[in-house]
Write a protein that binds this ligand. Structure first.
Ligand SMILES: *[C@@H]1O[C@H](CO)[C@@H](O)[C@H](O)[C@H]1NC(C)=O
Ligand SMILES: *[C@@H]1O[C@H](CO)[C@@H](O)[C@H](O)[C@H]1NC(C)=O
Ligand SMILES: *[C@@H]1O[C@H](CO)[C@@H](O)[C@H](O)[C@H]1NC(C)=O
Ligand SMILES: *[C@@H]1O[C@H](CO)[C@@H](O)[C@H](O)[C@H]1NC(C)=O
Ligand SMILES: *[C@@H]1O[C@H](CO)[C@@H](O)[C@H](O)[C@H]1NC(C)=O
Ligand SMILES: *[C@@H]1O[C@H](CO)[C@@H](O)[C@H](O)[C@H]1NC(C)=O
Ligand SMILES: *[C@@H]1O[C@H](CO)[C@@H](O)[C@H](O)[C@H]1NC(C)=O
Length: 836
């Protein structure tokens, strides 16, 4: 069904159209190594029965399995455009009875930003493969309170039984068949009442947080193998009313635990089996960014008594508590993390006497000296620093958003905790307990975790192969794709960069945009003359305070910057002149610069293409992009003025006459990010790469300007939401493409399989320029249908019916998507990275 639309004149030529058959080519995909994670890791879960088995979950980049060399292997890279929300992992459960069994609760948002219900992903091979078990409600892996938990738990005596604590008022759910089917526990007393912000109308901060954690008391079974564990504790996000409940009859009946203090929200309930006690961390907010007060309590299960074991009090208590860990081998050894101590640094406490006394990871000396009882080690991600160790300097080493803290049940020296940016931990934890020279090594141990949200990528024709603009961690010059960069951008550093571009005739000239509208953070445009090694800020370049974000295009010679800001319209500046509004270009237009002619810029809005020949001062309407309503990208041939490609919600369009006319590429029904790379044969047309729908959503390359396409991704590499991703192609290495994802970092792919022979010829339909009169018309499909035998097909993708800008991290396109189609300019995972 097609909506009736007002179109500019559309005349489809009589050119014969063949079906473009799509074949596939094997590609080798690797992460561009940033190292250190780069985003929030809400929890790390060790299996209690198999030595060395552990998993980490992230909020936007899926789950990982720990390897014996401390590195991590991603488990959900198969998630494609249709299953993008698998990367929101709200809970993890590793089976204590059969360690091969692993369960993940997946789904990104419980509001409209994620149209799909959640799943329990079931693995019987430790995460190599999964079978989804659909839930009848949504799961919120990137919702507030995602660090509480775990919400999902396997009965340690009868591992066919699982419980899952749902959000949004859906209560407690139970499976008795290894997660295959689920039913609601009807008599569970509370679905939760806490919402972070009742005035929010988006469904994000005003959704019920619901059930926070489920903890079996393994000791209550007294060796009854195969019998359901009688005692189960459940923590609920309630404040001021009962928030910890217990069943003593394997879930038949439930009651509030007597004597509890419900002032704050219970984030974790961790069993110390040897002490027959439950340690509970509380915070006044559900996290992960908040918390200004909290407590830690110990519940003696045998006696039914509560003890306040909060490590600090008075003015030292300015945070809530998140992660809790017990040492399975040392009864009474327990650790707890301040959820967020933003200054001078995060804090972790350790007790070896069951919470009676505590020691901390740092203490104040004479201000501003900090005594740090650790040595900081970021060799695996040298950029992650700060590396100075003596004074506070206003920077954080220990971290923030510390909800996940774990001690290896088989090794008291091995511990790991998740932060808003990485996983820290080490292998000498027992040194903490040596009174004379307390000095553990605190190491970034997130090797293999690539969790960044990539906003922009360039692969210039000279200099480093890749330069990135990234949410939360600013961005990097990637001189070596397989080695973590030593530094991120600096002077200026931005909390997030939203885009980056290079000057076609002067490709060492790079421009990037930051996203902060806080004037104290400096101007948010930076320029480099040396391929990103050093930068200078553009206060001398006419940028104003409070102007930030969006997309950037720099002219071919590098003297003019066209800036589609996130909230201040589209602006232009030449040399050091102030940025001024570009009145003749709609503020919603996608922008680009010509790579050869310094005066020429481009814009695309709706079905109209715009061209400027006066350095973006004024734009004129040029050709028509079929029945497009939402252009996505404009990219330009690096060597040829006026050779332009435009991706839109209605396909892929090509102009060779500076935008006067466009041809619709046959067989492409929808396209998102596109990129031009080195040609297959010297002097040939550049290889074009597209995230597109060509009989199915995938990643494709054409070596003949869009006539034939090969699919280059495979069943193991889905790259998540296609519309959220950014592509760049290498201009020096034929076949190499970079895919920047929203949550799984940057991938690069090289052809490793045989190049398939062209299978068919196709011609394109020609769309006339807009110089003819405007007519009212019912839209027809802009492309012919495509027969494909090799695409691992997803269903066809209806175009979005809504408009507007998505929330941070919100979905902004995809199959079946009816929400906002404009991605938030700074979609990020951890946010709030302290600017150095
Ligand atoms: C119960 O017994 C079976 C068979 O002996 C064994 O495989 C399983 O690991 C036992 N489970 C527990 C929880 O001890
Ligand atoms: C409950 O906890 C709050 C916050 O820690 C504390 O102020 C209050 O005294 C506690 N109430 C009791 C009865 O322990
Ligand atoms: C729990 O309470 C019982 C009974 O008072 C006591 O014997 C036991 O030592 C307590 N456990 C802990 C860990 O304090
Ligand atoms: C702490 O240990 C590290 C590495 O083991 C060592 O380099 C450093 O000198 C030690 N610091 C102190 C204060 O002992
Ligand atoms: C970059 O080049 C411009 C123009 O040549 C010059 O004014 C500026 O000082 C250079 N900046 C740096 C950091 O080299
Ligand atoms: C750049 O384009 C403008 C506008 O079409 C044209 O007048 C000018 O000659 C071109 N410059 C070069 C160097 O080709
Ligand atoms: C651009 O031109 C240069 C020099 O002829 C050539 O080496 C390069 O491959 C061309 N780039 C593309 C993408 O066609």
């Amino acid at each position: 069904m097609f909506r009736s639309t007002v179109l500019t004149a559309l005349s489809v030529s009589a050119a014969v159209t063949f079906v473009a058959a799509v074949s596939s080519q094997t590609y080798t995909w690797k992460n561009v190594k940033i190292g250190g994670g780069g985003g929030f890791v809400p929890n790390i879960v060790f299996n209690p029965s198999q030595k060395g088995l552990a998993f980490a979950r992230t909020d936007i980049g899926g789950a990982y399995k720990l390897n014996s060399d401390d590195s991590w292997t991603p488990l959900l890279d198969f998630a494609d455009d249709a299953r993008w929300d698998y990367w929101g992992t709200d809970a993890i459960a590793t089976d204590p009875v059969d360690p091969n069994r692993l369960y993940l609760a997946t789904g990104m948002y419980t509001n409209s930003w994620d149209p799909s219900n959640g799943n329990i992903l079931i693995s019987t091979d430790q995460g190599k493969t999964f079978t989804p078990s659909p839930l009848p409600f949504k799961v919120g892996g990137n919702m507030p309170g995602r660090g509480m938990g775990e919400r999902l738990a396997v009965d340690p005596n009868s591992n066919n039984i699982l419980y899952f604590g749902a959000r949004s008022g859906h209560g407690l759910w139970k499976s008795t068949n290894f997660g295959a089917t689920w039913t609601q526990v009807q008599n569970f007393p509370s679905v939760g009442t806490y919402v972070p912000d009742p005035t929010d109308t988006t469904g994000y901060n005003n959704d019920i947080q619901g059930l926070a954690w489920v903890t079996f008391d393994s000791t209550s079974a007294s060796g009854k193998n195969g019998t359901a564990t009688p005692r189960i504790f459940v923590g609920v996000a309630n404040k001021g009313t009962d928030n910890i409940f217990v069943s003593n009859d394997a879930g038949s009946t439930w009651a509030a635990v007597a004597g509890q203090n419900n002032t704050f929200l219970p984030h974790k309930g961790v069993l110390s089996a040897a002490e027959n006690s439950l340690y509970i961390s509380y915070s006044d907010g559900s996290g992960p960014y908040d918390g200004t007060a909290g407590s830690v309590w110990k519940y003696n299960i045998t006696a039914g008594t509560w003890k306040d074991v909060t490590p600090v009090s008075g003015s030292d208590l300015y945070f809530g508590f998140g992660g809790v860990a017990v040492d399975a081998q040392r009864p009474g050894t327990v650790m707890v993390a301040a959820l967020n101590s933003w200054w001078p640094d995060g804090q972790i406490f350790r007790s070896v006497d069951g919470g009676t006394t505590w020691t901390a990871l740092w203490a104040w000396g004479n201000y501003p000296t900090l005594y740090k009882y650790y040595t900081y080690d970021d060799t695996l991600a040298p950029w992650i620093g700060p590396d100075d160790t003596n004074t506070d300097a206003g920077t954080l080493q220990i971290g923030w958003m510390m909800e996940g803290l774990s001690i290896d049940p088989f090794d008291s020296n091995h511990w790991l905790y998740g932060t808003g940016e990485t996983i820290y931990g080490g292998h000498d934890l027992l040194k903490w307990d040596t009174t004379t020279s307390r000095n553990i090594t605190l190491k970034s141990l997130a090797d293999g975790i690539e969790e960044t949200s990539v906003q922009g990528l360039i692969s210039p024709p000279t200099g480093p192969p890749l330069i990135s603009a990234i949410g939360d961690v600013d961005g990097f010059v990637h001189n070596d794709l397989d080695t973590p960069p030593a530094v991120s951008f600096s002077n200026p550093s931005y909390s997030s960069s939203s885009d980056i571009d290079y000057a076609g005739n002067s490709p060492t000239t790079i421009v990037r945009v930051g996203t902060s509208t806080d004037g104290s953070q400096g101007k948010q445009v930076a320029i480099s003359n040396d391929s990103g090694a050093t930068w200078y800020e553009s206060q001398d370049y006419g940028a104003a305070d409070d102007v930030a974000g969006g997309k950037i295009a720099v002219s071919a010679n590098g003297d003019t910057i066209l800036w589609k800001t996130s909230g201040s319209g589209t602006l232009v500046s030449q040399y050091t002149n102030a940025f001024t509004a570009v009145a003749s270009l709609p503020t919603t237009a996608v922008i680009a610069s010509d790579k050869k002619n310094n005066s020429i810029f481009y814009g695309a809005d709706g079905s109209t293409f715009y061209v400027s020949t006066d350095g973006a001062k004024t734009f004129s309407k040029a050709g028509t992009l079929g029945s497009s309503t939402s252009p996505f990208r404009v990219i330009v041939h690096p060597n040829v003025t006026g050779d332009i490609w435009v991706s839109t919600d209605k396909g892929l369009f090509h102009s060779t006459d500076t935008g006067a006319t466009f041809a619709a590429i046959s067989g492409v029904s929808q396209a998102w990010s596109i990129a031009l790379g080195a040609p297959k044969t010297a002097g040939g047309y550049p290889a074009i790469f597209a995230a597109a729908n060509i009989g199915g959503v995938g990643y494709f390359r054409s070596d003949d300007a869009g006539v034939n396409w090969v699919q280059i991704n495979d069943a193991a590499h889905g790259f998540g939401s296609a519309s959220a991703n950014v592509l760049a192609a290498d201009l020096r290495t034929y076949g190499r493409v970079y895919i920047g994802t929203n949550g799984r970092g940057i991938f690069y792919g090289d052809a490793s399989g045989a190049d398939p022979a062209p299978t068919a010829t196709a011609s394109s339909t020609t769309v006339a320029p807009t110089t003819t009169s405007t007519v009212k018309s019912t839209a027809t499909p802009s492309t012919t249908s495509v027969v494909s035998t090799t695409i691992s097909a997803t269903s066809s993708a209806p175009s979005s019916t809504a408009t507007g800008t998505a929330q941070l991290y919100g979905q902004c396109g995809g199959i079946g998507w009816t929400g906002p189609t404009v991605c938030a300019s700074a979609s990020c995972s951890s946010c709030l990275r302290d600017t150095d």
